[in-house]
Design a protein around this ligand. Sequence first.
Ligand SMILES: Nc1ncnc2c1ncn2[C@@H]1O[C@H](COP(=O)(O)OP(=O)(O)OP(=O)(O)O)[C@@H](O)[C@H]1O
Length: 293
Amino acid sequence: MNIVEVENLTKRYGGETAVEDLSFTLEKATATALIGPNGAGKTTSLSMLANLLSSTSGEIIMKKDISIGFLPQYPQFFPWLTALEFTELAAKISGVDTKQARLQSIQTLEFVGLENALHKKTGSFSGGMKQRLGLAQAIVHRPELLLLDEPISALDPTGRREIINLLKSLQQNTTILYSTHILNDAEEMTDQLLFMRDGRLIEQGSLKDVKKKHAAPYIQMKFRNSINALEFASNHTWKCEVKEDFVLLPVSETGPTMQEVLYVLSTEKQDIIGVEFQDASLEEIFLKVVANK
Ligand SMILES: Nc1ncnc2c1ncn2[C@@H]1O[C@H](COP(=O)(O)OP(=O)(O)OP(=O)(O)O)[C@@H](O)[C@H]1O
């Protein structure tokens, strides 16, 4: 079931177009990653969905009475409030009654890993703590739709992993649309990918479909040195690519199978260190899509 339908959404600032003709749908309880370089139009799109910015044209159709949580790219807090006071305030603004607001705030702050900072003033928070608090205020009222603008970018690798795991655990009941430029992390929480550039959607689909369309997996052979790798590539008619000590062999219907490759390597005397299947990363795919459009 679709809970959001975006149709031909466009935002112009004077003569400049920030978002152009954007169309996509969000299915209930799925995670969609909005990916694109700086200035692609991600924040503008999320702000229109959060109803913080009006569109120039196009439509956003949402499920009736949907509750929305929004994490801005640079969340602002009142530095004199404690984490609990701030989260309670956010809950009340979103319509949660006073008693429930306190309970849900405590639970949410524990959920995002701020259980030891409930009574600390937000003005003393580190960047990572602020990011967690930003997430807390976005989810404290248990929204059906969660819009997150770069929720993990300000975190260190451990923090990113934790937040991704938290978001994944929310996914059963929540529809998530988030922007990011950390593509390898996005790969872990993506039912749908939306690639944007210059305000336009340049590719969309499931991770599997986008990978299938743009980047086949390949067999990667690592040789002792680049001379060995070049020698191997020139001694065979397989269509392959040499990258330093590696020979990359795309897996295709017409190309050799892993079995054939292993057979060749075992019968010929090769100075080889390892052979493995490699799946193209989201980063490689994104660079390819951007380059081809
Ligand atoms: N208030 C504004 N006035 C004029 N132009 C704007 C305004 N806000 C955004 N833009 C322009 O719209 C385009 C898209 O910006 P947006 O912030 O949505 O991109 P983004 O993909 O979120 O980028 P980033 O990854 O850097 O946050 C940019 O060219 C930007 O300069």
